[in-house]
Design a protein around this ligand. Structure first.
Ligand SMILES: Nc1ncnc2c1ncn2[C@@H]1O[C@H](COP(=O)(O)OP(=O)(O)OP(=O)(O)O)[C@@H](O)[C@H]1O
Ligand SMILES: [Mg+2]
Length: 201
C-alpha cells in the first residue's frame, strides 16, 4: 500500500469536558478500529510496540478502508466534525490525541482516498498519565465476534517478546466452524489472555 499523505498533528480544544472518559488504551483501540470498519475496511492491522529501553509505547492501526483526503484529515482533528449524521460530534481521534499528549506522545495520521488509513499513537511508556492498556483480549474478541468477515491482524511486541494473532489463519484452521461460535470464542479469549499474560501486558 502506498501512502501519499503526510503525518498530521493536532491538539485538542480545552473546552471539551469528555477528555479522559476513555480509561484504557484498549478502548481507544476499539474506537479507532470502529472507524476503520465504518470506512469499509476488509483488513485491519493492530500493532503495539512496548519499547521499555526507549521508554516508548507505539500503537498503530492500519486499514484498507475508504481513506481520507488532506482536508478531511485536518478536519477530523476538530471534535465538532464528524461524517455521522446521528451524532454530530466525532471524538474518537481527538480523545486519543489528548491521551497521547497527556503522556508526552503524539498522534499521527496518514491516509489516502481509496487506499486506506494509518493511525499512529505514541506515548512515554513510564509516564504517570499514560493510560494502561486495559483488557486488550476483550477488545480483540469484541472485534472478531462482531466482524468475523474482516481479516484482523494483531501484533504485540514488548522488548524481546512477541504475541500475534491472525484471523485468516484461524479461519483456515477452523474450516467450516464459524469464528463467532461460542466454543471458538472462549478458546480465542483464553488464547489471547494467555499470550498477553506471557508478554506481561
Ligand atoms: N480509518 C478511517 N478511514 C476513513 N475515515 C476515517 C477513519 N477514521 C476516521 N475517519 C473519519 O474521521 C471522522 C472522525 O472520526 P472520529 O473517530 O474522531 O469521530 P467519529 O467516528 O465520527 O465519532 P465517534 O468516534 O465519536 O463515534 C469520521 O467520522 C470519519 O469520517
Ligand atoms: Mg470514531
Amino acid at each position: 500500500m502506498k501512502w501519499s499523505g503526510n503525518f498530521t498533528r493536532w491538539g485538542f480544544p480545552d473546552e471539551d469536558d469528555r477528555v479522559g472518559s476513555v480509561q484504557d488504551l484498549s478502548l481507544h483501540i476499539l474506537d479507532i478500529v470502529e472507524n476503520s470498519l465504518a470506512a469499509g475496511a476488509r483488513r485491519v492491522e493492530i500493532r503495539i510496540d512496548e519499547n521499555l529501553k526507549e521508554d516508548r509505547m507505539t500503537i498503530e492501526i492500519v486499514d484498507d478502508g475508504c481513506g481520507m483526503d488532506e482536508e478531511m484529515m485536518q478536519r477530523v482533528l476538530d471534535p465538532f466534525f464528524t461524517t455521522k449524521i446521528v451524532r454530530r460530534v466525532g471524538l474518537g481521534l481527538p480523545l486519543l490525541s489528548e491521551s497521547c499528549r497527556m503522556s508526552n506522545g503524539e498522534l499521527g495520521l496518514q491516509s489516502s482516498p481509496g487506499q486506506g488509513t494509518k493511525v499512529r499513537a505514541t506515548f512515554q511508556h513510564s509516564h504517570i498519565d499514560r493510560k494502561p492498556l486495559g483488557n486488550m483480549g476483550e477488545t480483540l474478541v469484541t472485534l472478531i465476534v462482531g466482524h468475523p468477515e474482516v481479516d484482523l491482524f494483531y501484533e504485540h511486541r514488548k522488548d524481546g517478546a512477541f504475541f500475534s494473532l491472525d484471523t485468516p489463519e484461524i479461519k483456515a484452521a477452523l474450516g467450516d466452524i464459524p469464528l463467532n461460535e461460542p466454543r471458538v470464542i472462549s478458546a480465542l479469549r483464553s488464547h489471547i489472555l494467555e499470550g498477553l499474560e506471557e508478554l506481561g501486558s
